[in-house]
Write a protein that binds this ligand. Structure first.
Ligand SMILES: Nc1ncnc2c1ncn2[C@@H]1O[C@H](COP(=O)(O)OP(=O)(O)OP(=O)(O)O)[C@@H](O)[C@H]1O
Length: 974
């Protein structure tokens, strides 16, 4: 199938990724709707705040233009209850001077003649002097709004004084001005009645009126200018957090890496995100402006629609690129909300400062303004303030499209216009985007791999010849020195032969046409790092995961890579797929080198990878995954439907094709990953533990698929299932500790590394003759005759010994003796009290265990690890891990001049570490045995006076005494 390349592929990938983003947003409806419609709630909130402030201002005419002010004529004394915070019973007014009958008459007239409301006597309190009034007020606060103090000077002169509580108070948004509400009516009433009394004319007219000045409207308090920027920022944060979360999630779940492995163009990736997010912010900005108009904000109505819309659109668009850039610094998608919240808090504070004029005034330096403008919320605050200021009076007309580059007429200190804000938002968008791409490349990805700091300066980056060069470690970590790789010659003849074949090809610069993959001395060392954290330095030593791998994987064959955890299988695969850089050596895949960028981009076209862990989007279906990856790979679009259907049928997922992978079982996900690996008929398929977590039926089904897939391609499989390896593989390589330990067909490995034949001898349990039948007491069966029989006939001793059976391992070279031996054993079954005899062949699992054990042994030897061995006698000796024969110090007697020894049995625990499983009966050290480690005297004490541990003596016996497993072929010395 011809795969697309270049621009057509870029366009195809862009469309596929755009659809993926659209689908993910559609599936995550709640978040998308929130992103689009959150503006409604913020505008509604602003509307409520605006209404509250306007109702407070409705008591005053300060915020309206007053051209023809109304006169207030002879206002009446209001009831005392009208005063805010008045305590009852209250008095409309107090007065002093009640010793004068004339003044009493004047006050009575004030009460009777109060316009529209005669004041009852109970609502007025009289005193003799003003001091008495003050004394009363002190003990009765807030019981009267005002007091009149009269003084009768002579028949024609009456003086008066006026007291009111003059502090302006407000209640529920209403402002009470005591001068206008209480003082003036009381004053007019007093003057009117004094004049009538002095003139002696009770009908004397005393009309009084007053007017405020005609004035233009004062600027109102603008809710949008003051708190609008924070609200709009909060609204933009919804999209921001979702955006940053999606980007980080794709990195964190290695989805991005999986797409890159399939040949994804970086440009298609970024373009698809920018386009989709651009559409979302376009719609949300449009809705924001429409909601603002719906709520009749002058800000949205009087300013030109395009001017306002562009402010919000460009701001949100800029924030997309800002989110892209920040996503490079964050490695966990769960941190997206924290990042968003922190940015909001910072933005809230800087916007507050911006609204108060900093630094967008001529008195501040341009440099300061430029720095300030690098944070997008500050530009938003500046623009919103200008737009709000342009509509802050009823007469204001707002900013028209043509005036967007001009300052407001009454803003003498203006240094930035709306047009400048646009320019800043557009230019910084590109700055953030470029930085986002740069940081994305130089910060380590989920596999800890990154590009060099100045990768863009390499000519090969632009020509496509060496731009994919990657390195490991964090940007702030100093990579420790990578130790020199020492060449270790393989112990195994088959591995050596394979190595020599590859080396010969390497020397001659040729590759056998039947070879799909040639691994040429691949070395991978994870460099040690020193991370300089806040409080401590984190140091990790370098680790050599691959120590020189030389191997060929043939075409039309399945090569199975086995090995215990940490053997280096995944590392080898990652080197082949380009996910991790190679330290030294090379690998050629169909002739293309994994070390060359051009080679790698060709390799991506011809390989299919099923990674160890499923790399899938929860919200996409199986079918959608296949379509997406097929498009990324560049399959002809008209073939993708049939390819997807075929692959789904192959992995038996047709029925669940439309289900989202969130609801897939572990096995279904693995099958989908296998199907993804087979997209585009790859010439090399790499399957890293493809059947993990599958039930036996699914597993057998996937085996069928793999078996069929072998035709016309090479398959590399890693697995922990020996059955799988046995059934599927044409050749098997077992790795341990970064090296290939054996290679060959399953049969060859079994015959060379299997323990041979395993004989399990079970003994019947007998009850004591004189004991009552209900008391079962096992009598010890004398196994010595059986052991002697095996020793004499086959020269083997028990490999394992328990209460009820003995296990013997019979080497292959004794095969010809077996028929005769077992016939005789069966004949003497009763004599030996044997209940059952079982004979089995070595399995691949045993081969695997032997190789793993041997590798662990070598490792323990290299590290010089010691463990305690507790003997049956209760004595304890320290022995090196893996030691087979150990002498016990201090057991020398006349009968056993060299002392006694035991054979130690080892097994591996869950982590692959060797631990003692038991030991044989104590036996004399043979005269020909060689002592390898001398014992520390048992009585020696350490500096604290405690007895120092006793060290066992490691003994090497001749080959014939070693009967354990394949590991006994080489005697490990300490
Ligand atoms: N990025 C890394 N940095 C440092 N060491 C690493 C890194 N990746 C892997 N290793 C180490 O390299 C060794 C080989 O790991 P690898 O994943 O290749 O083993 P494996 O054979 O695939 O094991 P498994 O069967 O568990 O998948 C391990 O000891 C591992 O800890």
């Amino acid at each position: 199938m011809e795969l697309r390349r270049g621009i057509p592929l870029l366009w195809q990938q862009f469309k596929a990724l755009f659809s993926k983003n659209l689908l993910l947003s559609w599936r995550n409806k709640r978040a998308t709707l929130l992103q689009l419609f959150a503006s409604f709630f913020f505008i509604l909130l602003l509307f409520c705040i605006d209404k509250a402030t306007s109702s407070r201002n409705s008591q005053t005419t300060a915020f309206e233009s007053v051209t023809d002010p109304l006169a207030l004529v002879s206002p009446p004394i209001p009831p005392c209850e009208d005063k805010y915070y008045m305590r009852t019973p209250c008095f409309d007014f107090l007065w002093s001077g009640n010793s004068s009958s004339r003044l009493n008459t004047i006050v009575r007239s004030i009460m009777t003649n109060n316009p529209g409301r005669p004041i009852p006597a109970s609502k007025v309190m009289s005193f003799r002097t003003s001091d008495e009034v003050d004394a009363w007020l002190l003990t009765n606060p807030m019981r009267s709004p005002g007091a009149l103090h009269f003084r009768e000077i002579n028949a024609t002169v009456i003086g008066y004084g006026l007291q009111t509580n003059s502090s302006t108070t407000s209640l529920r948004g209403q402002v009470e001005d005591p001068t206008f509400k209480f003082q003036i009516p009381l004053q007019i009433a007093a003057e009117r009645e004094i004049a009538r009394s002095v003139l002696g004319d009770s009908n004397f007219g005393w009309n009084f009126g007053f007017k405020e000045f005609a004035h233009p409207a004062r600027k109102t308090f603008s809710v949008l200018a003051s708190i609008g920027p924070s609200f709009f920022l909060a609204f933009a944060m919804f999209g921001f957090v979702l955006q940053i979360g999606s980007l980080i999630e794709e990195k964190e779940l290695k989805l991005r890496q999986a797409m890159s492995m399939m040949g994804l163009y970086e440009s298609a990736y970024w373009l698809s995100w920018v386009t989709w997010e651009g559409i979302l912010v376009l719609i949300s900005s449009l809705l924001l402006v429409l909601f603002g108009m719906m709520f009749q904000f002058d800000f949205f109505i009087k300013n030109n629609f395009a001017v306002v819309f562009l402010v919000f659109f460009l701001f949100q668009f800029n924030m997309i690129a800002f989110a892209f850039m920040l996503s490079a610094f964050v490695s966990k998608s769960s941190s997206a909300t924290t990042v968003g919240f922190s940015l909001f808090i910072v933005g809230f504070l800087t916007q507050l400062v911006t609204v108060f004029g900093f630094p967008y005034k001529s008195q501040f330096s341009r440099f300061l303004r430029n720095i300030w403008s690098l944070y997008p919320p500050n530009l938003l605050a500046s623009a919103v303030k200008q737009l709000a200021d342009a509509t802050d009076t009823p007469e204001a007309v707002g900013i028209s499209w043509s005036r967007r580059a001009k300052c407001l007429p009454d803003d003498a200190e203006c240094v930035i216009t709306i047009n400048d804000v646009y320019k800043w938002l557009i230019s910084t968008f590109f700055v953030w985007l470029v930085l986002a791409i740069y940081f994305d490349n130089i910060f380590p990805n989920a596999s800890g791999v990154r590009k060099p700091l100045f990768y863009f300066l390499m000519p090969g980056y632009w020509s496509g010849t060496s731009g994919n060069k990657v390195r490991e470690g964090g940007i702030c970590s100093c990579i420790g020195s990578v130790p020199q790789h020492e060449q270790i010659s393989p112990d195994d003849e088959d591995v050596l032969e394979e190595e020599n074949t590859v080396k010969k090809d390497t020397r001659e610069g040729t590759v056998d046409p039947n070879v799909a993959v040639q691994i040429r001395g691949l070395v991978k060392t994870y460099a040690g790092t020193r991370n300089i954290g806040c409080c401590k330095c984190k140091k990790t030593p370098p680790y050599q995961a691959l120590k020189g791998l030389w191997v060929n994987f043939s075409k039309d064959q399945l090569f199975c890579l086995l090995g215990p955890n940490g053997a280096g299988k995944t590392t080898a695969i990652n080197c082949l797929t380009g996910s991790t850089p190679v330290t030294s050596g090379d690998a050629l895949i169909y002739g293309y080198s994994v070390r060359s960028s051009v080679g790698m981009s060709n390799i991506q076209k011809i390989i299919g990878v099923c990674p160890q862990f499923d790399i899938l989007w929860d919200a996409l279906s199986g079918d959608e995954h296949l379509h997406l990856f097929a498009n990324i790979k560049g399959l002809p679009p008209d073939s993708i439907n049939s390819v997807a259907e075929e692959l789904l049928a192959k992995v038996r997922l047709t029925e669940s094709a439309k289900l989202r992978t969130r609801s897939y079982s572990g096995g279904m996900k693995r099958r989908l990953s296998v199907a993804i690996a087979l997209i585009g008929d790859p010439k090399l398929v790499i399957l890293d533990e493809p059947t993990t977590g599958m039930d036996p039926i699914s597993r057998r089904h996937v085996w069928d698929i793999i078996q069929k897939a072998k035709n016309g391609r090479a398959i590399v499989l890693t697995t922990h299932s020996m059955e799988e390896a046995d059934i599927l593989s044409d050749r098997i390589g077992i790795m341990a500790k970064g090296r290939l330990r054996c290679i060959g067909t399953s049969i060859r490995l079994k015959s060379r590394f299997g323990t041979g034949f395993i004989a399990n001898i079970s003994f019947s349990e007998t009850t004591g003759g004189n004991t009552p039948p209900y008391i079962l007491e096992e009598l010890p069966i004398d196994r010595e005759p059986v052991k002697k029989f095996f020793k004499d006939r086959l020269d083997v001793i028990p490999a394992e010994e328990t209460r009820s059976f003995l296990t013997f391992v019979i080497p292959h070279d004794k095969e010809r003796l077996l028929t005769q031996f077992f016939t005789e054993l069966e004949d003497r079954q009763n004599e030996f009290e044997i209940s059952d005899i079982q004979l089995g062949l070595a399995t691949l699992e045993e081969v695997f265990l032997n190789i793993a054990k041997q590798a662990e042994l070598e490792n323990a030897t290299a590290e010089g690890r010691l463990v305690p061995l507790t003997l049956t006698s209760g004595a304890s000796v320290q022995i090196p891990v893996g030691a087979q024969f150990v002498g016990v110090p201090g057991t020398e007697t006349a009968e056993n001049p060299r002392g006694i020894m035991v054979e130690v049995y080892w097994e591996e625990d869950d982590t692959g570490t060797l631990c003692i499983s038991g030991h044989s009966a104590e036996m004399p050290i043979p005269p020909n045995a060689q002592t390898l480690v001398s014992a520390v005297p048992p009585s020696s004490r350490n500096i604290l006076g405690r007895r120092a541990p006793v060290h066992g003596i490691v003994i090497e016996l001749s080959q014939t005494h070693s009967h354990r497993t394949g590991s006994s072929r080489r005697i490990i010395t300490f």
